[in-house]
Design a protein around this ligand. Sequence first.
Ligand code: WT7
Length: 652
Amino acid sequence: MSQEKLYYPDKELFKDAAINSMERYHALMQEAREDYEGFWARFAKEKIDWFKPFTKVLNEENAPFYKWFEDGELNVAYQCVDRHLATRKNKAAIIFEGDNGDQRVLTYRELAYEVNKTANLFKNRFGVKKGDRVVLYMPMIPEAAIAMLACAKIGAIHSVVFGGFSADALRDRIVDAQAKLVVTADGAFRKGKPYMLKPVVDKALEEGCECVEAVCIVERNGEDIRWVEGRDYAYYELLKEQSHRCECETMGAEDPLFLLYTSGSTGKPKGVQHSQAGYILWAQMTMEWVFDIKENDTFWCTADVGWITGHTYIVYGPLAAGATTVMFEGVPTYPDAGRCWRMVEEYQINQFYTAPTAIRMLHKLGADEPEKYDLSSLRILGTVGEPIDPAAWQWYHEKVGGGRCSVVDTYWQTETGGHMISPLPGATPVKPACATLPLPGIMAEVIEEDGTPTPVGEKGFMCITKPWPSMIRTIWGDPDRFVKSYFGDCKKDGKPVYFTGDGAMTDELGYITITGRTDDVINVSGHRLGTAEIESAIKKHPNVAAVAVVGKPHDIKGESIFAYVVLKEDNGVADEVETLKEINEVIKKEIGAIALCDDIAFVPDLPKTRSGKVMRRILRSLVKGEAITQDTSTLEDPGVVEKIAEILKCKG
Ligand code: WT7
């Protein structure tokens, strides 16, 4: 069956990798299988600078609210910054490049000073205490990382909200977390032009955010902003008064480190809560294993800090590992499709990590662009966020990686904290566009609902059948939803196990290929969006009676958003193009520009069961132009499927 060519790692390039052979991989896996707690305890002792060592490894008493290293004490900012000062104080911690090419380098010492001053500011000036929530609505500038680490230093829980979210979405997240402080910037630069963030915060705070006591504003683009007396404060002005010395708060291993909101199958986003020790341990270990990070390496992850990829692989992972991390404000296609490759050459990047969407776009806009640059520093190319197709993989491997680099297709989620399934660059023979094998210590299995292994070549549930240190601890304020969302579908040996929401398939090598979400979540350009969230936004359009949203395959974005719309008043006057524009205005307000609809179709009704459930699977098949294989006889009106198919055919 799988006669596809396997790509073997360049042995010379990876001879010093932490895991440099399959023998080593299997030995580690074996170690984890034989003594699961011993395996994790060994690495937790070796990797973390504990203030007080742990004596308990895993506590399963209150499953699935698992606890790891619970009586240990540490501080994540200490792990990421302070502890490196003895050996790396003058090493670059963060290399920043702005949209217009401006640069800033922060050594570990400079980063320590900035983090300390910021921590003092939050604590002394804004009264932020251990356990308080701080919302960060920030552009991609070093101050975003500094603010995250400052929170970690004083034990505050940060919740970074991606800068593309609207005022309404920001407000929901502020209110859900009951944040005391909001940190933002006037705005930043994109494609040579300033864009604004502060006005969005102003709008969000207009109603319902009584919890917010202060807004701290970092100056980035210098544009005029509104200042609210007694609420708004200029970061750099106040920073001057603060000392660069700051004691680390002593944190319990299980204290929350941060919340990060992500979409689920209902309308309300989930505040995924991560812990201190388990999270930072795995962030650091995967930097070492999957990215083979070495002392002199320069690591670049192109994600935004507003997503988990930015948390784990721009800020926490690289810094915990004592590495140099690149932070880029701009977009890969400005001023041209060679931007990334020019930066790889200039900074001599060793690991480059991006999303398939970006790869497809750069391939399309500049297939030969990489040849113009010296990319010989690269050793590892990573992808994340969505399945990569073989064509994009080949281009990445050959044109960007010169056929020499290891390409790692890393599968994971906001909830997993770090990589779960990925090739090891110095060990795993790679099958293009396949995430390959679970990382050592991660019990990732494709199973049926009852835990039996799904036969090779068939689709099953992508589960993690044992708790792991960097896993989600709960959904903020909604523990029941946590249990239901992740532990309600699959069991193994009679015990509920973590289900990712993804389908997957194994081959005869045991390699795992992710086949995509099994729930109502769409993945647009590697961003996870809930259909329910988008639908509830669209329903606010005055002429929409009913709507169903599905993902439609898209060349660049992976999926695009397609809406089936039933109008309230279908008098033949409404125009699809006009209505699409209006609907997108509503989406922009409710969620943000990341969730805009690409296309809509007016339909007479939605295919519903007699109990009123919309048969989304049928709508997904219809938009792909696939034959309908589902049984339509149970529908309230079986004829509607035919009618919709006809409408889509006319649209072309
Ligand atoms: C969902 C998680 C992981 C950080 C970025 C997204 C999809 C992620 C892959 C991959 C196929 C992937 C899954 C997953 N996904 N990585 N390598 N191959 N699909 O984080 O927003 O939490 O989304 O992204 O569907 O469940 P997220």
